[in-house]
Design a protein around this ligand. Structure first.
Ligand code: SAH
Length: 333
């Protein structure tokens, strides 16, 4: 789907054609132009030839049906992965990729092993949501939220990510509330500063994964560029301007960042801020061992004692490698 070219094509038509096509694509989630019977047949045929709507994708469904992973092949044959998570509450969340590969080099992350391949366009980001919106439509369900937690660092592709967010948010398109859109970053300060000034109140999540710079550097090379102190200053500014709660993601890796002293240190950093901590269990990628469930719960209780709001992330799609950080690398081999 090439929305920019479709819009250019429709610029020659009466203005209401654009509205009809926008609705067909992003509200009715049509899969072929033939479905748009309000359009003249000649236009439908032209659009079918020039702008085919099919998405080339392979899907894998987890045993419990709660998770669907899509391996999408793009026009240049590059592949990306997106994941649909069906929550028990009935809410459907789509996890999207923002880059093919990633240059950030986090030592626990499978995508990092691919290195940087290229940025996605806004269309390619939206396409991932569109794919699942079409799938859910067949079940009379819809996409309720979108998280930028797939492959890649969203703030290395800032413009396309924000353009995609605008399309997802647009009431004439997907109409997803800004509070149901989350961008997760490894902590690129310039990106956080830009987001602080945006007029769309999306959620911000920060992959922290370390309670001090030394620990963080072991897991995330980006920590050498931006210290936790600088990161926190930027986040304080973000909170002051936006008054929106920030989520800190903290991946627990045995023997690296999961000791009691790390929980206490983390508590001190976070305490008193409009923040929460989301503890993530490490999905083994070969390099480390995951922290035991018992220690994760203990870590949580230490944070609670420090008066920090904390939750443990539910693990979707483990049996289909749909869990975070495991996307696309296996499938391309
Ligand atoms: N680059 C962004 C978004 C993509 S990663 C970021 O760093 O936030 C989304 C989340 O999955 C991040 O919190 C990331 O640290 C986490 N993640 C990556 N690999 C993982 C793994 N093997 N197990 C658990 N979580 C992982």
């Amino acid at each position: 789907m090439d929305w920019i070219s479709i819009q250019k094509e429709l610029a020659h038509e009466p203005a209401y054609r654009m509205r009809q096509v926008k609705k067909a694509l992003f509200v009715d989630f049509i899969e072929t132009w033939d479905e748009v019977t309000v359009l003249p047949k000649a236009l439908r045929e032209k659009l079918s030839v020039e702008f085919p709507l099919g998405v080339t994708a392979k899907t894998l469904v987890s045993k419990d049906d709660a998770t669907v992973k899509a391996l999408i092949t793009l026009k240049d044959s590059k592949q990306i992965e997106s994941v649909l998570m069906r929550h028990e509450s009935g809410r459907n969340t789509v996890c999207v990729s923002s880059l093919v590969g990633c240059p950030m080099g986090c030592t626990f992350c499978a995508t990092a092993t691919m290195g940087m391949v290229r940025k996605l366009t806004a269309d390619e980001i939206v396409l991932q949501v569109l794919f699942f919106a079409r799938l859910l439509k067949r079940e009379k369900a819809r996409v309720g939220s979108v998280v930028f937690m797939g492959m890649g660092e969203p703030f290395l592709n800032y413009e396309a990510v924000i353009e995609a967010v605008r399309m997802l948010h647009d009431p004439e398109m997907f109409g997803i509330g800004a509070r149901h859109i989350s961008i997760s970053t490894c902590g690129i300060l310039e990106g956080i500063q830009r987001l602080t000034k945006e007029d769309i109140p999306v959620n911000l999540a920060i992959s922290l994964h370390g309670s001090n710079d030394e620990v963080r550097e072991k897991l995330m090379p980006v920590a050498r560029t931006y210290t936790i102190e600088k990161l926190m200053e930027t986040i304080d500014e973000y909170i002051q301007v936006t008054n929106r709660k920030v989520m800190f993601e903290y991946l627990l890796v045995e023997g690296v960042n999961d000791a009691d002293e790390h929980a206490r240190e983390l508590g001190k950093i976070i305490k008193g801020k409009l923040c929460m901590v989301n503890l993530i269990s490490y999905n083994p990628t070969g390099k480390y061992t995951a922290t035991s469930e018992k220690q994760i719960n203990h870590f949580k209780s230490l944070l609670e004692k420090a008066k920090v709001e904390v939750s443990i992330r539910y693990r979707f799609g483990r049996d289909i490698e749909g869990a975070c950080g495991q996307l696309a690398t296996k499938s391309s081999s």
